[in-house]
Ligand binder design. Sequence first.
Ligand SMILES: C=CC1=C(C)c2cc3[nH]c(cc4nc(cc5[nH]c(cc1n2)c(C)c5CCC(=O)O)C(CCC(=O)O)=C4C)c(C)c3C=C
Ligand SMILES: [Fe+2]
Ligand SMILES: [Fe+2]
Length: 346
Amino acid sequence: MKLAIVLFNLGGPDSVEAIEPFLFNLFNDKAIIGAPQPIRWMLARYISSKRAPVAAEIYDHLGGKSPLLKLTKDQGEALKTSVAKEMGEAVEVETFISMRYWYPMSEDCAAKVKEYEPDHIVLLPLYPQFSTTTSESSINEWHHAAKKAGISAKTTTVCCYPTNEGFISAVTDNLRSQIEEATYMGKPRILFSAHGLPKKIIEKGDPYQWQVEQSALAVVEKLNMPNLDWWVTYQSRVGPLEWIGPNTEDEIIRAGQEKRPLIIVPIAFVSEHSETLVELDIEYKELALSQGVPLYLRSPAVATHPFFIDGLRDLVINHISIEKEVLPEGHEKICPHKHTRCICKG
Ligand SMILES: C=CC1=C(C)c2cc3[nH]c(cc4nc(cc5[nH]c(cc1n2)c(C)c5CCC(=O)O)C(CCC(=O)O)=C4C)c(C)c3C=C
Ligand SMILES: [Fe+2]
Ligand SMILES: [Fe+2]
């Protein structure tokens, strides 16, 4: 059997010139800005041109481009090796990358998958927690591209895996090292910081916030440390809308007032990129130190941590034989009913 695993992520600019068109693609996505066309197109033009200089300063810290594609390729290679080792000669496996807002995008990816001629395709978002703005947007875009490319192989989708054993073990393993490092300064406070979302997206039934909370809770349970001081917070707010909270920056200021050592854990990003390497490591660190936080540590993203990669491997293998098209890990619907925008068919 020939197996294709399609990995989804957001993508990032690969040059300074790519910053504005990348932002345009992001804001022209109806999952991000719900306005009809051509209003959305005009808004996207306006917002991306306004945001581009701010984003350029951010990417300047990273040599003018995002490291996300290279790091996603590393994850793809590690996953391919892990699946091949587990499944042996019965399966020939290849991983493919489909980015949502910069290259390689779904059309580029679909062309490569078509050429590979798989018997089965597993769609695997590199977002453990499902959101309409990330996983669903990427999955929809893939289906358009796959249809256009004439791909007819059986396709199954992992919609989400917020409490996947491998993911949670990898986050916990990274965090444990940070806690050991912080202990000489007293009891640390842990902020599980996730990318925020506009509040109205959650109010329309997006399960992302609920799933982020499940991930944090699972890490805390796995750590099994008495009286842990932990909070879930949200970062990366952009635009004029009200976003979900508490805001990571506000919690950093509070930790400064209370003189608490801080450990920040990226709980919704599985790779390093501008929002970890610049926002967390430079901007929020400066804020923390200026506000009197005595120690500021940041747990690394799970990247190619063997626990995480083996968790992804198990998800893929368990999804090859499912009958329904879209299922979460464990093949049972996990989101409470009020999260009506959940797409899983369990
Ligand atoms: C869990 C992951 C993410 C969610 C949810 C998400 C929603 C979301 N993002 C924006 C606006 C921007 N995001 C930007 C970059 C970016 N965002 C994520 C992840 C999620 N976004 C990633 C992985 C990245 C890539 C960063 C990189 O490669 O360097 C940016 C560009 C950077 C900047 O200008 O700050 C914007 C803008 C919105 C509006 C939104 C939900 C509505
Ligand atoms: Fe984002
Ligand atoms: Fe769900």
